[in-house]
Design a protein around this ligand. Structure first.
Ligand code: PAF
Length: 281
């Protein structure tokens, strides 16, 4: 695996190589890699001549400075995992290399309601920051395919929308959420859970599964309320439980039984905020 720390070096390497953009697969990450990230590298490995990953903890997508400062960093272990999974290039830039003129988002993306609901309501400016960094990385790497994890369901829709707004020729491949044996979605934040919090965290997936099992029979508002109450009873501070159209994330009140639905949840166990989702039909 070749490591690049400066965007101009990576760009000139890619421009001078004989590899066409359509055969480059790209996996953007913020590091602290787990099997969820590795599954994206493996998917990219199967479909591309060149697999590029990036590790960059992007300051512009954090609402709380403390969250940014506390973001886990395991660079050496990450490098070993990427090499083992068959990644060809790792882009590991500094903040100064990515944002030489300071890090306030310069461009605003018109993401419509995706920028005001669910995650966007609780993390103001988050998706503008995500678009800013992913747009920049796509310009540097120009991959034919971009690999994202379904765990960040709203982020996947936001990035697809940004790509169509700016007219970049990259397809988005959404890969399934990787789960621990008890159902907990793999996430870099899981390492911040204490033993008892970790046990409790599995309840999120149980709640989503309960929604999935009951979506055909129950009034959806009532179903969400039951799910929310049971999470609260387990000691979670719930930000939202939503049942939404899987293409637009609009809230579904009266389901026609046909459109694809997704249940999404965000809840805090003490100071750790977890999100998860499940496609229902
Ligand atoms: O999902 C993430 O890890 C980040 O939001 C991403 C896509 C790497 C952009 O910083």
């Amino acid at each position: 695996m070749i490591l690049f720390k400066h965007r101009k070096d990576l760009s000139s390497y890619l421009q001078n190589s004989s590899i066409t953009p359509s055969s480059i697969g790209f996996v953007p990450t913020m590091g602290a890699l787990h099997n969820g990230h590795i599954s994206l590298i493996q998917a990219a490995r199967l479909e591309n001549t060149l697999v590029v990953a990036s590790i960059f903890v992007n300051p512009t997508q954090f609402t709380e400075l403390i969250d940014f400062e506390k973001y886990p960093s395991t660079i050496e272990a990450d490098i070993l995992k990427l090499e083992k999974a068959g990644c060809d290039i790792l882009f590991l830039p500094s903040i100064a290399d990515i944002y030489p003129n300071g890090s306030s988002p310069s461009q605003q993306y018109d993401l419509g309601q995706l920028d005001s609901i669910l995650e966007a309501e609780f993390r103001k400016g988050h998706f503008q920051g995500v678009c800013q960094i992913v747009h920049l990385l796509l310009e540097i790497i120009a991959p034919g395919k971009l690999y994202l994890g379904q765990k960040d369901f709203q982020q996947c829709l936001v990035i697809k929308k940004m790509i169509s707004l700016v007219g970049i020729d990259t397809s988005v491949i959404i890969c399934p959420t990787q789960r621990e044996p008890d159902g907990l979605a793999m996430s870099s934040r899981n390492v911040r859970l204490s033993h008892s919090e970790r046990q409790k965290a599995a309840y999120l997936f149980k709640t989503l599964s309960f929604i999935k099992e009951n979506v055909q029979q129950k009034d959806l508002e009532n179903l969400k309320q039951i799910a929310q109450n049971s999470l609260t009873d387990q000691g979670f501070k719930v930000d939202y439980v939503a049942i939404s159209n899987a293409q637009t994330l609009e809230t579904i009140q009266n389901w026609n039984g046909k459109s694809t639905l997704v249940a999404l949840v965000a809840a805090n166990i003490n100071h750790v905020r977890l999100i998860d989702n499940l496609v229902l039909n």
